[in-house]
Design a binder for this molecule. Structure first.
Ligand code: NAD
Length: 304
């Protein structure tokens, strides 16, 4: 069955260029009405320019689609509230939110100013939280919502010189995990995309042959699936060059150290066993961990 978005309204943040532009064009080509949000900032988050968003709107309209532009800074609650209000006035609903806007301020942690740390967290983490919050009640009332957060391999796995960006991008997983639990009963599904693409953000970091393979359009099919009617929820989808993979967090079976054995030396002695991946499991809410430890302790003590 074709994946379509007819009658659906989507907001894509940071969609004047790069990945966001590709996602917005992909949604519009399959019938969605799209809000092209873009502050038009430089890669390090300076300045603003409405022209890129206007160009994407023109492209969508020229192809027979429907789109409007909005220049909200995603980290500014009042501006985002205005964007959502304009969207509701125009189309009366918000079905899809793609949190994609982003910036970089790379420095080693030794040289990082806290202003640069805070700014990156503001745009990625607070920007995503602000946008999710602004559409949350609308999606709850509609009993329909599809949200994607944009993470990065830097957050999931680490990257030298990106403590601010890595921390903000890893936070997407935490936000997704909780919104997934809270949104499920109202048919709000929340997923995370971890892309790697040739955009202005990465053009100086990779050789031309790699950039050629990593076009944003190779990632957008994964994004479209994550915001579709039959989307999964709580998935972290890695995507690049047409390759898609899932990232998961597992917890090992664990080792119980009772009474006198529960010492730092005791932990050191069983550390290899603690890390043994055999039998590891993906936990899907916080209390699964608490229950697991309490049960192990109770079993060790012979309690029911
Ligand atoms: P890009 O620089 O090409 O596009 C980012 C867009 O976000 C720009 O249009 C910019 O104006 C907009 N933006 C920046 N700050 C904003 C704000 N406060 N409010 C609204 N819009 C704002 O970058 P891209 O490579 O297309 O990245 C898109 C997303 O994907 C980002 O979240 C980025 O961190 C993430 N990502 C990209 C890669 C990659 O390889 N390109 C890898 C991992 C994650």
């Amino acid at each position: 069955m074709d994946i379509r978005f007819d009658g659906r309204v989507a907001i894509v943040t940071g969609s004047g260029v790069g990945l966001g532009r590709s996602h917005a064009l992909g949604l519009a080509a399959r019938g969605a009405k799209v809000v092209i949000n873009d502050l038009g900032a430089s890669t390090d988050g300076q300045g603003s320019d409405a022209s890129a968003a206007a160009k994407v709107v023109d492209e969508i309209r020229a192809a027979g689609g429907e789109a409007i532009a909005h220049g909200a800074d995603v980290s500014n609650e009042a501006q985002v509230a205005d964007m959502v209000e304009q969207t509701m006035k125009k189309w009366g609903r918000v079905d899809v939110l793609v949190n994609n806007a982003g910036i970089l301020r790379d420095k080693t942690f030794a040289k990082m100013t806290m202003d640069d740390f805070r700014k990156v967290v503001d745009v990625h983490l607070m920007g995503s939280a602000v946008c999710c919050h602004a559409v949350w009640q609308i999606m709850r009332d509609q009993k329909y919502g599809r949200i994607v957060l944009t993470s990065s391999a830097s957050g999931l796995y680490g990257n030298f010189g990106q403590s601010n960006y890595g921390a903000a991008k890893a936070a997407m997983m935490g936000l997704m995990n909780v919104l997934h639990l809270e949104g499920g009963r109202d048919n709000i599904r929340v997923n995370t995309l971890a892309p790697t693409a040739a955009t202005r953000m990465t053009e100086s970091l990779m050789p031309p042959e790699a950039l050629e393979l990593l076009q944003p359009e190779t990632i957008t099919p994964g994004l479209l699936y994550l915001v579709s009617e039959n989307a999964p929820s709580r998935v972290i989808l890695g995507a690049g060059a047409g390759c898609f993979a899932a990232t998961r967090v597992y917890e090992t079976e664990g080792v119980m150290l009772e009474g006198d054995a529960n010492t730092p030396e005791g932990v050191a002695a069983v550390f290899d066993e603690i890390q043994n991946p055999e039998g590891q499991k993906e936990l899907t809410d916080a209390f699964q961990q608490t229950r697991k430890y309490a049960k192990k302790a109770a079993d060790a003590k012979g309690l029911k």
